[in-house]
Design a protein around this ligand. Sequence first.
Ligand SMILES: *Cc1c(COP(=O)(O)O)cnc(C)c1O
Length: 400
Amino acid sequence: MSANDPFRATRALFDLPEGVIYLDGNSLGALPKGVSARVSEVIANEWGRELIGAWNSAGWVDLPRRVGDRVGRLIGAPEGTVVMGDTLSIKVYQALAAALDLVPQRRVILSDTGNFPTDLYMAEGLIASLGRGHELRVVEPEAVEAAIEENVAAVMLTQVDYRTGRLHDMAALTAKAHAAGALAIWDLAHSAGALPVDVAGAKADFAVGCTYKYLNGGPGAPAFIYVAPHLAESARPALSGWFGHEAPFAFEPAYRPAAGVERMRVGTPPILALAALDAALDVWDGIDMETVRARSIQLGELFIRAVQAAVPGLELASPKGPAARGSQVSFRHADGYAVMQALIAEGVIGDYRAPDIMRFGFTPLYLGEDEVRRGAAILADILTTGRWDTPEFRRRNKVT
Ligand SMILES: *Cc1c(COP(=O)(O)O)cnc(C)c1O
């Protein structure tokens, strides 16, 4: 790293255990140093001293919208079009329900096999609740474009495949969806904070994502939802909770949706989690996503080259060209779980996704070339010596 390297400064903003090479920021981002102090302060001074008054005095009530604007800046969403809350699964449900309601004469939800299971599960559950004969059509990622036909109501995709890192062309597929009269819903779970995203430029109708991956908001951090401004006043919230009401404190017996994206709020916002996320987002101040992308590609390529030079037989599960990948690299190995446990035991943390994927995430804000080189060397050494093959490393934990 050179002296004017912007990532020298961001690395210092993170609290990482000594000696650990963290290649799992795509699953749970590292802890920004400012988070603990901020959360403590909210607990002690706002909750502790101001009690219920803090909803007004500390601005708690507007936090989902204010933090939403900060996330919005990272995904190309104009001010006032993103709101925070709940989990990503819930936000997927809300976006899909609203989309299906906006295209009532069509019955097909198009997705792909690279989508994260919960997105597909939520679609299944919604279809059953609606009881209107919708069909979830799941095709191979390469077949999505051709499958966008006149009967499709919504194209629901995750931009970056959680297993392989394969990247969809959001603008092109959205344009294709619109040309066919369908709406486009994008899950940005592995995109926000990983690469430049422009939801407005790509004309996405809805976008959702979580904030505990590349945005470092902490385990279970609240998710975000973006609704395109031209749809925000007509989108009907399926989860019509009181915080998405036009006047929650009028306590009216009937629901009236709030203006714009605020209608996608549901219940009382998780203030402590939002405070943690708000503090975590400080690390992005002044950071240019194009610079992050360039470094992420450099780190990913370095890792692939180093691993493949030492273990030529190991199969790359990710697209070969960096332009077709998000910010992760995956390799296939039949005993990927045990290999990953051996790697973790030696301080190199990645993760495993069934049935045979070893995933490695690249997070330039707190990960440098030296660590990537060392991580690759340790992986290569574990594979060549076979020291991963023990009963202990094969024993499965609940979370892989
Ligand atoms: C991580 C991830 C999720 C997780 O959903 P939660 O409700 O936050 O548990 C959902 N979808 C995708 C595409 C993901 O990558």
